[in-house]
Design a protein around this ligand. Sequence first.
Ligand code: KIV
Ligand code: NA
Length: 275
Amino acid sequence: MKLSGDFLKMKQNKEKIVMLTAYDYPSAKQAEQAGVDMILVGDSLGMVVLGYESTIPVTVNDMIHHTKAVKRGAPHTFVVTDMPFMSYHLSLDETLKNAARIMQEGGADAVKVEGAGEVVEKIAAMTNAGIPVVAHLGLTPQSVGVLGGYKVQGKSLEAAQQLLEDAKKCEEAGALAIVFECVPHQVGTLVTEALSIPTIGIGAGVDTDGQVLVYHDILSYGVDRVAKFVKVYGNANELMNQAISQYVSEVKTGEFPTQHHSFTMKEEELMALYG
Ligand code: KIV
Ligand code: NA
């Protein structure tokens, strides 16, 4: 299994880091088999798996439940689990307790938190306590209500400067990597050059040290619209909908099951049964 030090070496060697989200046993197994370097149990879970409108309703218990399944599917892959909405804002104490639960009960190898500001001291405290932390800047979906929507971040001079400053603070606080979501590609290049820790982009251009995408988005699975930064690599919706419709229709018509799917008892037992 790769560890945080390996990701630093990958950046130094200009070897791209691949991160993909996973939320359960089969998706984690597929990610590990494909050679994904880091799995993210994202709180996007709330939307793509649990059917909520945003990531806000996701709880620490939800994250633990799904992290356990992911670890069973990908025991040899570095797993990062999102700390959900408000689980790292109330106090240092509360933050450390929640992060510890995600690692001890869930089995996560690291946690991810959104934003800088007050979150920077939480990153430092967790790192000091032995909890590896990934930061997340740019478009931070847990703050969608404050940001005013899912929009590109860091487009103006001031916003880009703030982003760079925040990124440096996260690095100083001990973050092992930083996810940059929905920022201009020039900003992605700038932060990647400015930081010694790896940058993982999602809609952050071609130069970040790694890329992350959501499992359901790249497979077109259960989602019907994807963002500009997504590339769709397969059509699970089509495949699965077709298969399920065929199952429904074959049971209705009697085409399934056949003798081939049936069990047989010995002739003499059958005779006795009928008396
Ligand atoms: O929850 C998530 O899937 C994420 C990625 C989009 C970075 O945070
Ligand atoms: Na997330």
